[in-house]
Design a binder for this molecule. Sequence first.
Ligand code: SAM
Length: 377
Amino acid sequence: MNNQEFSISGVVRPQAIDELAPSIALLKESIGRVRGVLYINIRRLTQMNNTAFHAFARVIIDSCRARPDLKFVIITSSVVGWTTRKFGRLCGIGANISVEEYDSEFYPGQSFLEEGEFIPILRTQTRITWRHERTILPRHGMQPGITMADICCGIGDFAALVQKEFQPSRIVALDHSRSSLAYARSVAADFDIRGIEYIYGDASEMLLEDDQFDLVTCRHSLQIFNRPELILKELYRICKPGGRVYITNEKNSHCLGEPRGESIQWTYNEVAKLFKYFDMDVELGPKSRRYLTEAGFADVRVESFTVTNLDGDPQDFADVIAAWENVYAGQMAAKRGDTPEFIRRFRQGFRDHVFAALHPKGYAGWPIWVASGRKQP
Ligand SMILES: C[S@@+](CC[C@H](N)C(=O)[O-])C[C@H]1O[C@@H](n2cnc3c(N)ncnc32)[C@H](O)[C@@H]1O
């Protein structure tokens, strides 16, 4: 077995077929060397005219017939919608050609986080973390007039708060959830918030160009990818040399509360295990320093803060906990196939956390790690 990957990216619009000769030669060479599967990665192919499509398709179809031992897997992305349709036609021609839309299969657990049900959680979470982050952000490169991108922006409320408080000159907010982006755009329209570009994209393979932003933020999201280093590489790429990348992440097993501390602790340990089952690491917070350093960042800064029931209205925190219970002990536990007995105990810990948050002598906390690093000039 000797699988190979061949990538075609950007704009491919030749006037004449000769212009493609070097690329076609390279494709033929890769086919010659492969034993097993040839992956043709077109996730970043934004435009291709018919001249180019036919030239590449010809080579693939001919090789497919000449080499029935080979498998061709064409990897597209939902971000560039036309590619799946257009290249999908090749499947009908050769039995050993298949087309896979990368991002629809790749993040198995994340569908929980892309669906509408998560919206109330995100909205309340941002409201209660903003009180802390607004004072923390300037220590990590935030200042008026900068260009910034918020990657995995969710429902866009962080971008809106930043816009109001810091007035950057440009904000791009990207996410892979169409329902969250639709919500973000409607909120922006309702509140007459201008100047935020909400865009649909895949954080692991963005169509944004290199070296563009003074500050790239990615909040509560590295922890939901099974390979966070791939996302960090993209955040690094779009950041300007000398600019910073800012990430926030949790360590769920450190959520705490009193009274009923033991039950609360048991449940949040189980939250960490549940996410791990779906290949997500909600314990990532304290690992941020290592991730940023290994991704090549300099001047890595890490700090942590704890959201508590004493910060503002305790009901806000209680609402967040109730929303966690709803998704974690609801859809997620059911999908894992947990027993009713487990789910009952799992729910109890969240309810005890709410109890601690609302109790006049109670204390409830949710710790968050903030980290940033500078891209070397
Ligand atoms: C836990 S939420 C965090 C949202 C937001 N940053 C916040 O703090 O409220 C994770 C977000 O990542 C988005 N997401 C998941 N996979 C993505 C991908 N491949 N590319 C871009 N966004 C993605 C989800 O749609 C969701 O909005």
